[in-house]
Design a protein around this ligand. Structure first.
Ligand SMILES: Nc1ncnc2c1ncn2[C@@H]1O[C@H](COP(=O)(O)OP(=O)(O)OP(=O)(O)O)[C@@H](O)[C@H]1O
Ligand SMILES: CC(C)(CO)[C@@H](O)C(=O)[O-]
Ligand code: BAL
Length: 299
């Protein structure tokens, strides 16, 4: 976009203001699109807003660090927050909805969206209540904004699967669109939490994308043994991680893990969650869909 014509998004902080702005847009015949985020925006988020702009005429970006998806020992308090900086980056967005915790969870609030089997594996057991918190806040955001389309990143692969389920099960009239993972040139998946990494940890964090690329390359060469594919990703991560929550090959839709002895089908996801230093990182690849060269071009 021509920088002279860059939009300066309007910022609102209450659900009532956000709903009024979206109602007004709809009255003008505009299709409303939503990109939910927790802020500390990077190029990955901006790519989501560009896709939303292709699908909708009035694009809303929410910036809200949602307490109900954080566990008691997680980084809710120190999660990076920079609303001013974020707003200046959002040139494809018409409205920024940046509510307070009080606004999203006023006194008396008690309804939660319970999620099912899709949350049983991968991050689910390691972050109890996380997906319920995500499903609840995204349902609230859908209620406030009323989008036709909402865009989410495939970096949070399980989150996307859970949210598709929520929309189907609750008959929500929202088209949920997944955006491919944006990576740094060396393969590291972009993430707000990368800001926590020291230069040494940043170098170690490359083990996630290297492990995924190695497995994706083996899959391209015909390897189908789940245990072998898993080990290709596990070994580089185990060499540097402080702790590993999982390195798992799972069915790409149901997210049920394959036993190491099983042979994987055409679409399986290989997903990793681990800590480098104190920073929890996640990454994934869909085998049979994402090529090794899409993870690390020169791999
Ligand atoms: N590298 C990326 N590529 C594509 N989408 C991304 C990427 N990083 C984040 N997203 C998406 O942006 C949306 C908002 O995510 P969020 O604000 O949590 O950012 P994040 O960088 O994932 O932060 P965190 O460090 O908490 O993982 C989510 O739909 C998420 O999947
Ligand atoms: C979807 C989301 C904005 C809900 O808080 C969050 O989980 C995220 O940033 O991925
Ligand atoms: N991107 C997922 C948000 C979280 O880790 O809580």
């Amino acid at each position: 976009m021509d920088p002279k014509k860059a939009r300066r998004a309007v910022v609102v902080t209450t659900p009532a203001e956000a709903r009024a702005a979206c109602d007004e847009a709809r009255k003008r015949g505009l299709r409303v699109g939503l990109v939910p985020t927790m802020g500390a925006l990077h190029e990955g988020h901006l790519a989501l807003t560009r896709l939303a702009r292709q699908k909708a005429d009035f694009v809303v970006c929410s910036i809200f660090v949602n307490p109900t998806q954080f566990g008691p020992n997680e980084d809710f308090d120190r999660y990076p927050r920079d609303l001013e900086g974020d707003v200046t980056k959002l040139t494809e967005v018409d409205l920024v909805f940046a509510p307070s915790v009080q606004a999203m969870y006023p006194p008396g609030d008690e309804t939660r969206v319970r999620v099912g089997a899709l949350a049983e594996h991968l991050c689910g057991p390691h972050r109890p209540g996380h997906f319920e918190g995500v499903a609840t806040v995204v349902t609230k955001l859908f209620g406030v904004v009323g989008p036709c389309t909402a865009v989410f990143g495939k970096k949070d692969y399980q989150q996307l699967a859970v949210l598709r389920r929520v929309v189907t099960d609750l008959f929500l009239p929202v088209d949920v669109v997944g955006h491919p993972i944006l990576r740094e040139p060396d393969g590291l998946a972009m993430s707000s939490r990368n800001a926590y990494l020291s230069p040494e940890e940043r170098a170690k964090a490359l083990s996630l994308s290297h492990g995924l690329a190695a497995a994706a390359r083996a899959f391209e060469a015909g390897e189908r043994r789940a245990g072998t594919l898993r080990e290709l990703a596990y070994a580089p991560v185990a060499a540097v991680a402080t702790s590993i929550d999982y390195v798992t090959v799972a069915d790409a839709d149901a997210l049920v893990p394959f036993a190491d002895g099983a042979s994987v089908g055409a679409r399986a996801t290989l997903a990793i969650a681990c800590r480098v230093g104190k920073t929890r990182l996640i990454d994934n690849v869909v085998l049979g869909e994402d090529l090794a060269s899409s993870i690390i071009p020169a791999f």
